[in-house]
Design a protein around this ligand. Structure first.
Ligand SMILES: N[C@@H](CCC(=O)N[C@@H](CS)C(=O)NCC(=O)O)C(=O)O
Length: 171
């Protein structure tokens, strides 16, 4: 198997999503912790467009954008376990919730960096997002994919990662 490397950052939920997918599938990889104030030459070489983590390098081929990386991992190593349902309708549902997490999860991040009315708005949006998942999400199912963990869970896992960090805000 071509060598797999991940340029990431411990605090980044985007980076952790990729770590979780690689671990779930048991794919061996080399992890390179990036200092975002002093990015490595490799990171700048592999992600010249956004210069951001995470970047997965498979062989010498870089893949960036966390959800694009997760889809790449799923397509490259589809088994052990599969992280997308096999049924096309269920796949569409999973993709909907992934997009929802991507679009709405940012409200949680905004709670870190805003004050006053902006903070109020971010808190309201974050609460609405969580209530929507509670009302329309997996419900009694264990995971979005039913009994099996999937990419939608990893997308929301990143939000949970932010939320646990929010606990420390202003302490
Ligand atoms: N949409 C991107 C977001 C990645 C992102 O925001 N990465 C941050 C760390 S959490 C980063 O590399 N920031 C460095 C910078 O902006 O220069 C993804 O999903 O991968």
């Amino acid at each position: 198997m071509a060598e797999v490397k991940l340029h990431g950052g411990w605090a980044s939920p985007f980076s952790n999503k990729v770590v979780w997918a690689l671990k779930l599938k048991g794919i061996p990889y080399e992890y390179i912790e990036e200092d975002l104030y002093n990015k490595s030459a490799s990171l700048l070489k592999y992600n010249p467009v956004h210069k951001m983590i995470p970047v997965l390098v498979h062989g010498e081929k870089p893949v960036f954008e966390s959800m694009v990386i997760l889809e790449y991992i799923e397509e490259m190593w589809p088994h052990n376990p599969s992280l997308m349902p096999s049924d096309p309708y269920d796949r569409a549902q999973a993709r909907f919730w992934i997009k929802f997490a991507e679009d709405k999860g940012v409200a949680v991040w905004k709670m870190f960096f805003s004050t006053g009315q902006d903070l109020e708005n971010a808190m309201k949006a974050a609460l609405e997002m969580l209530q929507t998942v509670e009302k329309h999400g997996p419900g009694e199912k264990k995971f979005f994919n039913g009994d099996d963990i999937g990419l939608a869970n990893l997308a929301f896992g990143a939000i949970a990662y932010w939320l646990q960090s929010c606990v420390y805000r202003d302490r």
